[in-house]
Structure formats: structure tokens, C-alpha cells
Ligand binder design. Sequence first.
Ligand code: NAD
Length: 356
Amino acid sequence: MKTVVALGGEGIGIEVVEATCELLTAAGFPLKILTPPHGESSQRTHGSPLPDETKRLCGEADGVLFGAAGSPASSAVVSYLRWQQDAYAGVRPVKYYRGAASPLANPDGIDFIVLRENSEGLYPGREGDLAELRRVMPDLSDRTGRRVADYGEGRFAVKLVTRKGAERIARFACELTRKRKARGHAGKLTCVTKSNVLRLSDGLFREIVEGVVKSYPELTYEHFHVDDAARRVLRFPQSMDVVLCMNLYGDVLSDLAAEAAGGLGMAPSGCFGDRWAYFESVHGSAPDIAGRSIANPTATILSSVMMLWHMGLDAEARRLEAAVARVYADSKHLTRDQGGTATTRELSRAVLDALR
Ligand code: NAD
């Protein structure tokens, strides 16, 4: 029996996590699912968006499944799960299931990973007033010679790239690409930066990735600047295997890639650190559709498939993913974002029926 902590977060996060947990339980998988207090309601009842007891349960669980953040209280949960726990590798599979609503004419065979560096770059946000920056670095200038002091009133954000951060994600990327190659994928790592403009910061990231990839001669390697990469993800999605992106680029490209494969409602993810992992959909709390029972639970169900793999429940993971694929191929119980009329629960129950 494995223990799972399920945290819905906010908005549709709550709805899709509940539907997924109901499915996992009804499927008879060997899971004990705990739903400790967190988020806004916990702020009210326990005076904290993430009480120590909830943190303890997360730390002891075999798997943690999160829904979505929106308000500061639920963002504090993500902040803990992702940044405080140093889950630096955001693995975002992009896979087309026949029957999904891809806007592409030929989405068959789309099956790649956007790997997002989660811990550095421009996130989680180091910002300030330009006046402060002027005080400490008055001579900081861009490549045209324009100094910080020459700008008027405004704000700044710091982009940060460390050797350690770039090296660990590069190694993670190479190992992931190698594992996928063993399962029949191309064994190709694509690195995405903007090193032609951000020569020092993105340049360092690229240089380190290229150094690490040299010790993996069995892999193919390519690099694209982020603007070109966006175009390629859309035009040649079937040629992608593992696409390693710096933080912000990964945030943007993974939504674009998800859309190519059928939309945000189907995009799962897992965030990994050296000794920690948690799983969540790529989408947010979707306030525009929250509370209407029309959210697509597939992204969270597929995130739970990743969690099952992570916990060593391989047979259950394989069966659940195959059931999702059958529901899409059948196309009778799809939610509105997929062109259907099913509710959140109708789709998750169709997956349960397909499992049986
Ligand atoms: P969003 O992902 O919540 O929604 C974007 C669009 O996609 C909306 O039109 C929404 O209705 C649709 N959509 C998303 N998930 C869907 C699903 N499962 N089924 C059907 N349609 C779906 O992004 P947003 O609107 O930019 O952000 C809303 C809030 O979520 C913001 O507060 C943002 O900060 C937060 N957010 C959180 C996370 C996270 O928790 N990891 C990720 C992204 C955004």
C-alpha cells in the first residue's frame, strides 16, 4: 500500500484532484489517499496555508498530487512543493492521444517532453525598484552602453543562472533522454536559450549543457534560440524528444506544446528534486470555468499516471494511461475543451469504465 497526499489547491484544481482521487480509489489501486488541510480554507481554520502537519505528511508520503494555485494562499503551497523542496526539474510530457482536440492537421505521433528548469532564471521572482539598482550598480549598462542611471523611474527583475543549477538540470536532461532512448525514442536533447542576446547568463546555461552532453555520446544534441524553438515545436512537433528549457521559456513553451497536443486540459507534469517529487497538471486554477464541473480532469489523471510510475506501480500506471487513450479514441465522453459535452466526473468515470 502506498500513501498519497492529494492537495487540490484552488479553483478547478480542487475539482480535478477530487475526480482523480475518486478514480484511483474506485480502480482499486493499492493507495491510501490523504487530503490534509491546505490553501485558503486552511489559512482560515489553521492560520496557515500549509500547516506543519500537512508538510510532514507530504514529506512522508510516497506520492504528492497537487491541483492548481491561484490566490496567494494556494501559491504558498506551490512555493513549498516546488521551490522550498528544490524540485528543480519540471517534466512536462506532450503526447497526442487520438481523439484529442489538437489544432494541428497532423498531430499523430507527437510524444516529447518539455523539461523546464524550475529553480533559477527569472523565477520565482527577484524584483525591485530601479532606484535601488541605480544605488548599488550605477554603471551597470546594456551592450549599447545605456546605463541603469540613464533610465527613468521603473522596476527591475534579476535573472539568475548558476553553474550548479545548470549542471544538475543538464545531467537530469541527459539521463531522461537516455532512458527514453532505451524505450525507443530518438535519444535527442534540444536545448533552448536566448544566448545570442543574453550572452553571459543564457550563454553560461548553454555552455554548461553542451559540456555535460559531451559525456553522453549516444545522444544527439541541438540548440535553438527560444523564438526559433517556439516555431519548431509547432511546425515539427514529431521531431522533438526532450526539450530542455530555462525556467521562463519552459513555462511558455510547455503551454504552446500542450496546445499542439490537445490543450492545457490534457497536459500533465511532475516536478523532481534529488530526493523529492510531486505531480500536478500544467494548467492553473482557471477561474473562468471553476465551479461549473466542466474542467477536463485528464491533465491531473495523467499526472497521477506519472506519480504511479514514480511510486513503482508500473502496471497500474500502464493500465490507467491505456484507459485514458481508449476514452479519447472512443471520443464519447470528452469535456468541452475537447469538443464534447461531458462533465469532469463523466470523463473520469469513463476512464474508470475503460479500466475495467
Ligand atoms: P489557466 O491554466 O488557469 O487557464 C488558462 C485557460 O485554459 C483558461 O481559459 C482555462 O479555462 C483553460 N483551462 C485550463 N485548464 C483547463 C482544464 N483542465 N479544462 C478545461 N479548460 C482548462 O491559466 P490562467 O487563467 O492564466 O491562470 C489562472 C490562475 O492560475 C492564475 O492565478 C495563475 O497564476 C494560476 N496558475 C497556477 C499554476 C499552477 O498552479 N502550477 C499554473 C498556471 C497558472
